[in-house]
Each structure stands twice: as structure tokens, then as C-alpha cells.
Design a protein around this ligand. Structure first.
Ligand SMILES: *Cc1c(COP(=O)(O)O)cnc(C)c1O
Length: 225
């Protein structure tokens, strides 16, 4: 199937839900992104800043770029002028740097708190307690060029659908709890739940995802991460 056919198929599956599709384009050549763009895709996700910047420079400017991979503070400056959303925020220090760079461009950058929901040890993210503490901290309240618009999570890399569903359900419950506790905080406006990838986005939609991050089901498998 072509990229356009894959996109059409996934968009049909998403229709009727609240979820928007992020086409995860990491490692894929510009031609693939152009094909997706021509087929109507306007939200692209990348996990490396340099690669995202290189593609942003070439492609039409009505694309929303989402940074979905682990982010080092010293890379924020390269994308602060254009990034639409950063899904992988896992520390106050990183938020402070994003705030600083956003201020330079007179922007407010939307960020998601990445929450650790998987069983394995390898994934990045905050525990629920750490996320709550960060969101309620006086330091965070000072960051006027940041808006936390939701949470992001990656389920365990397993075939066990019951386990995956349980993890997505947990993230939704945590999102509701965080929303209640942060409703009076100016720079928090929770509405997004970013969860679900090629192998599990249908489960994620059923469990309340508003953003699904799908790569290989659109572009085919990657040779490297
Ligand atoms: C690569 C990646 C995806 C997409 O993975 P696929 O399995 O190819 O859909 C989603 N989220 C993150 C954070 C990624 O790094």
C-alpha cells in the first residue's frame, strides 16, 4: 500500500473519535514526507531536533512539527522558533530552557508531560507523583512562555493487549486527576493525551487518546530508531 492509502485507512479508523493523527516521519526521506503532505498530512512528528529542523527548512510552512523523542536542553534553541508541540518533557530544568528559548521568539510553546506508564525500565518519563509535584511547583508557575496542554505516554512493548489497555487507561485516569488539581494554574490547560503508536493506536483511541503517533503503519518499517 502507498503512503496515501495508509493515511486514508488510518484516518478512516480515527474518524468519529477525538484523536488527531501525527505522522511520525523520523528516519524517512523528504520524498516520503512530501508524499504524505500531498495526501493531506499536516502534523509531523520527529524524535531528533536536527532532523526535524532540516526537514522543516525544506517543506511547506503550514506543517505542524511535534518533537516526540527524548530532548536535551542544549537542542531546544534550534527549534524554538517553529516547533508546535513538545511531547517529551520530563524535567523542570528542560521546561526552564524551553521557556527561555520561547521568550526569545516571543512565543508560548505547548508541551506535554511525558509520564512513565510502561513496565520496562528503558522508557523516559516522569512518575505520576513527579509530574504532579512539577505541575504544582512555584518554579513552574513562573514559566509564562510554556503551556502544558496534556500528557504523553508509551505503553510497554508487548503483544499483551490487556496490559497495553491497562497502561493507557491509567494515563487517562492520571490526566483527569492532574486536570482537577491544576485547574487554577495559568500555564496549564490540559486537553491532550498523546498515546498510541502503529501497534496500539486503536486501543489508545478507545481509551481516550487525542493524539496518536503513527510511523511505520504509514511509511513502512525503519532500519533504525
Ligand atoms: C518512533 C516513535 C513513534 C512511532 O512508532 P511506530 O511504531 O513506527 O508507529 C511514536 N512515538 C514515539 C515517541 C516514537 O519515538
Amino acid at each position: 500500500m502507498s503512503i496515501a492509502q495508509n493515511l486514508a485507512h488510518i484516518n478512516t479508523q480515527l474518524s468519529g473519535s477525538d484523536a488527531r493523527l501525527i505522522a511520525v516521519t523520523k528516519t524517512k526521506p523528504i520524498g516520503d514526507l512530501q508524499e504524505a503532505y500531498e495526501a493531506g498530512a499536516r502534523i509531523f512528528g520527529e524524535n531528533k531536533v536536527q532532523e526535524m529542523v532540516a526537514k522543516w527548512e525544506i517543506l511547506p510552512k503550514d506543517i505542524e512539527w511535534h518533537l516526540i523523542g527524548h530532548l536535551q536542553s542544549n537542542k531546544v534553541k534550534y527549534m524554538a522558533s517553529f516547533v508546535s508541540m513538545i511531547h517529551s518533557v520530563d524535567s523542570l530544568r528542560l521546561l526552564e530552557e524551553i521557556n527561555k528559548q520561547a521568550l526569545k521568539h516571543n512565543r508560548i510553546i505547548d508541551c506535554l508531560l511525558q509520564i512513565f506508564i510502561a513496565q520496562e525500565e528503558t522508557k523516559f518519563g516522569l512518575s505520576e507523583d513527579e509530574a504532579l509535584e512539577l505541575a504544582l511547583s512555584a518554579e513552574f508557575a513562573e514559566l509564562k512562555n510554556i503551556r502544558i496542554t496534556g500528557v504523553m505516554g508509551m505503553a510497554s512493548n508487548t503483544e499483551d493487549e490487556t496490559q497495553i489497555r491497562k497502561e493507557f487507561k491509567g494515563l487517562k485516569i492520571f490526566s483527569d486527576k492532574l486536570k482537577l488539581q491544576t485547574s487554577s494554574i495559568d500555564n496549564i490547560d490540559l486537553k491532550e493525551i498523546s498515546m498510541g503508536m502503529s501497534g496500539d493506536y486503536l486501543i489508545a483511541i478507545e481509551e481516550g487518546a487525542t493524539l496518536v503517533r503513527v510511523g511505520s503503519a504509514i511509511f513502512g518499517s525503519r532500519n533504525y530508531q
